[in-house]
Design a protein around this ligand. Structure first.
Ligand code: FAD
Ligand code: NAP
Length: 348
């Protein structure tokens, strides 16, 4: 496909929150050279740029006066370009490399079709492969870093390709090096280490109790993925029907003292002990208990089945969504003394 830069493009179809916002310039990158050309253009015109994958974790606060680079690099390779220290085949490990613009679901489906363990709990997460490391995507008790091997990223300052090992990505709960250095690197491919032999991770509520304990040993990854899909479909709104960006706030992590204090005031508060002694509070519980679940105001609302998901059925502007989110965070803070932090990335 010939690389070209278009002007004045409506971003609403590119973002799952369906916020009406325009990009002054917009291009689709199908290879690394396209990204380099796009960056050259932005540099020459002295414009800001932003990288857009599936638009499932962004909020457009207003029009973007720079260049949007929409990632469309494709390709999934089984055991391609093995790292020198790779032990593919040992313990039935398999390495898969995927280009940044591949839909995440295409990679999950590919792994399941090959009978590989590793991505089954991460089934049905919207977005692209290249965005997955940004917030170390996670669901149903599994996070990307558990199967991650390395990635290749283009350094914006000089256009060079750089390999990041798992430790260099500095993954933590819904966070990574790349989230903290936004705009410095563009991820072009990701390599994962999966396995033909695996143990189903069923600790998350709704998983283990679904399967017959006698046949657990014969479980295949696609059966777990199917159960995850069932749970997700029952609770989370399909963005093509009700615009949303998934969880709108992070689950707050508080120290044990604050958790204990909150438990004394609200004995039924939902919290999970972390390995470092702190506690993760379920933000959905805080919002629900603040009486906001199902609330709808001027086209923006809190999903009726999951209070952590803000919905934008009125296809309102980013500023309306963010004002609504601020009101939620204010109410929760007033009641519980905990400030909710927005999870999606806000532009410009
Ligand atoms: P975008 O929204 O396009 O971009 C997000 C950020 O990443 C932006 O800052 C963008 O600039 C940057 N970025 C994107 N691609 C690249 C790249 N190649 N290089 C550098 N920067 C890049 N998340 C979870 O963790 N777990 C879930 O279970 C989950 N469920 C969801 C369910 C729904 C219904 C929705 C709408 C969202 C959900 N999300 C979930 C959030 C979202 O799907 C993920 O964060 C996903 O990885 C975002 O991918 P994307 O391609 O849409 O990223
Ligand atoms: P849920 O099951 O209603 O659980 C609510 C919250 O409690 C979740 O955020 C989860 O934290 C936490 N939790 C539940 N059981 C837990 C356990 N046994 N140990 C530790 N933490 C536990 O959540 P849901 O909304 O239906 O989502 C299901 C999964 O999909 C969750 O993992 C969630 O993170 C993921 N998801 C993420 C997004 C997003 O945009 N980020 C959107 C939709 C779904 P964790 O979030 O840490 O798992």
């Amino acid at each position: 496909m010939t690389f070209c830069i278009s002007e004045n493009i409506d971003l609403q179809p590119f973002c799952t929150l369906a916020i009406p916002a325009k990009a002054r310039f917009f291009c689709v990158a199908t290879c690394v050279d396209d990204i380099r050309q796009a960056l050259d253009f932005a540099r020459t015109q002295e414009l800001p740029f932003m990288v857009l994958g599936g638009g499932s974790n962004v909020v457009m606060k207003s029009d973007f006066s720079g260049l949007v680079i929409h990632m469309a690099l494709r390709g999934i390779d089984l055991q391609a370009n093995l790292p020198p220290d790779a032990d593919a085949g040992i313990n039935d490990k398999v390495y898969i490399a995927a280009a940044a613009g591949e839909p995440w679901q295409a990679l999950v489906d590919f792994s399941l079709a090959h009978g590989l363990w590793g991505l089954e709990n991460l089934n049905l997460i919207p977005g692209t492969v290249g965005a997955a490391p940004i917030q170390n995507i996670g669901a149903y008790g599994v996070e990307l870093d558990q199967v991650f091997y390395d990635l290749q990223a283009l350094r914006v300052s000089d256009g060079e390709l750089v390999v990041f090992s798992k430790s260099a990505c500095e993954f933590s709960y819904r966070d990574s090096f790349f989230k903290r250095t936004k705009g410095e690197y563009i991820i072009v491919s990701v390599r994962l280490c999966l396995s033909h032999k695996g143990v189903a991770k069923l600790a998350y509520p709704g998983l283990a109790d679904h399967f017959d304990p006698v046949s657990l040993g014969a479980l295949v990854p696609s059966a777990v993925a199917e159960r995850v899909a069932e749970l997700r479909r029952a609770k989370l709104p399909d963005p093509t029907v009700i615009p949303n960006a998934g969880s709108f706030f992070h689950n707050p992590i508080v120290d044990s003292e604050q958790a204990e204090h909150l438990r004394s005031l609200h004995p039924d508060i939902v919290s999970y002990a972390q390995a470092d002694g702190r506690y993760k509070l379920a933000a959905a519980w805080l919002i629900d208990r603040a009486g906001l679940k199902g609330e709808l105001s001027d086209g923006v609302g809190v999903h009726a089945h999951q209070a952590l998901v803000l919905i934008n059925p009125g296809r309102r502007e980013g500023i309306n969504v963010l004002n609504f989110a601020r009101r939620i965070a204010d109410r929760v803070e007033a009641l519980f003394g905990v400030r909710l932090i927005i999870e999606p990335q806000i532009y410009p």
